[in-house]
Design a protein around this ligand. Structure first.
Ligand SMILES: [Zn+2]
Length: 291
């Protein structure tokens, strides 16, 4: 375990759905928490519009039982425990509903997160005022990959951070070249490799975190906790998904319900979204900020 060299620093990560905290920022959050930083994950929706991997909980989906959101609260709790961080739903669990993919009818629901207006900004500003984070982590203006709830999370984060004066906002990104280099020549049976440009990816980042073994295994464990959403190619079955896939390579691999193979990267990258830049790339996420 790393020394508690970050005690006194505070971080808030603003995410759209349960599982985003693990996929995009899990290793960073686990590392910062293990080193003594106070880490809070704010999740804006329950991810009610998601698909379900595996037969066990298949009928929870929105057009059948519509119970997926409640189920994903438990998955999120297990993920946050694996990362060693605190969690809170924006406005309380179920306050805002998953808006679905772009163009989805779910976005017409008045409770959809895309229709959350000033209320969501005020609720987030209240959290920022209470937590006084040195760093807030969220997505870039395109939401990372264009999901309307991710774009909305970006918008409310930037607006609320201006009200409360957050010193630094970081956007989670993946480097396209790094993702491509980690993909093997073939996908396991039943899965497929991404087409060119199909996965999110950028050319450059401003600050990065290379995950130590603790942070990397915490990230994989947190992703495994979201078993209705993420299939980890580690050769194991779960209660949720009784089918095993094993993929060989320099990292652990996973897929969403679209079964497109993706690497679980050992480096997490960020672009500076607002505020003071890190002193230099080697100084870490808090570089240049007084605790
Ligand atoms: Zn999401």
């Amino acid at each position: 375990m790393a020394a508690r060299d970050l005690a006194g620093y505070r971080v808030v990560a603003v995410h759209a759905h349960p599982d985003d905290e693990a996929i995009t920022t899990g290793g960073t959050l686990a590392n910062l928490a293990a080193r003594g930083a106070d880490v809070l994950v704010v999740t804006c929706t329950l991810g009610e519009e998601g698909e379900v991997i595996g037969e066990t909980y298949q009928h929870l989906v929105n057009d059948e039982a519509d119970q997926l959101g409640g189920f994903r609260i438990a998955e999120l709790k297990a993920s946050l425990a694996a990362l060693g961080v605190r969690g809170q739903f924006l406005g309380g669990a179920g306050r805002f509903r998953d808006s679905g993919m772009a163009g989805s009818a779910a976005s017409d629901d008045p409770r959809a997160f895309v229709n959350s207006g000033k209320l969501a900004v005020d609720l987030l500003a209240e959290i920022f005022a209470a937590e006084r984070p040195h760093i807030v982590i969220t997505y870039g203006p395109d939401g990372g990959y264009g999901h309307p709830d991710h774009i909305r999370a970006h918008e409310i984060t930037h607006t609320a951070a201006k009200i409360v004066d957050v010193p630094r906002i970081l956007w989670t990104v993946r480097l396209a070249a790094e993702t491509a280099a980690l993909l093997p020549a073939e996908a396991p049976e039943g899965w497929r490799l991404p087409d060119d440009g199909e996965l999110d990816g950028v050319e450059r980042s401003d600050v990065s975190m290379r995950l130590d073994e603790h942070a990397y295994s915490a990230k994989v464990a947190a992703m495994r906790a979201h078993a209705t959403q993420l299939w980890i190619a580690d050769g194991r079955i779960t209660e949720t998904n009784p089918h095993a896939v094993l993929a060989d390579g320099p990292v652990v691999y996973y897929a969403l319900s679209n079964l497109i193979m993706q690497p679980i990267q050992r480096v997490e990258h960020y672009q500076l979204g607002a505020g003071t830049p890190p002193a230099d790339a080697g100084a870490g996420l808090f570089g240049g900020l007084e605790r």
